[in-house]
Design a protein around this ligand. Structure first.
Ligand code: ZN
Length: 48
């Protein structure tokens, strides 16, 4: 079974839950930076 993952299109962090990716994206857009509380939930990063 393939797991669907969701990436923040701003910072490139990958999340298992769509809502976490959306939270990250909203935060990144607003603050132009990532929230550590949110990125600690990330399972990976596509930019590296
Ligand atoms: Zn982000």
């Amino acid at each position: 079974m393939v797991k669907t993952l969701y990436a923040c299109s701003v910072c490139g962090y990958i999340y298992e839950k769509k809502e976490d990716a959306e939270k990250c994206e909203a935060y990144c857009r607003k603050h132009n930076a990532c929230s550590l509380a949110i990125t600690s939930l990330a399972v990976g990063n596509i930019s590296k």
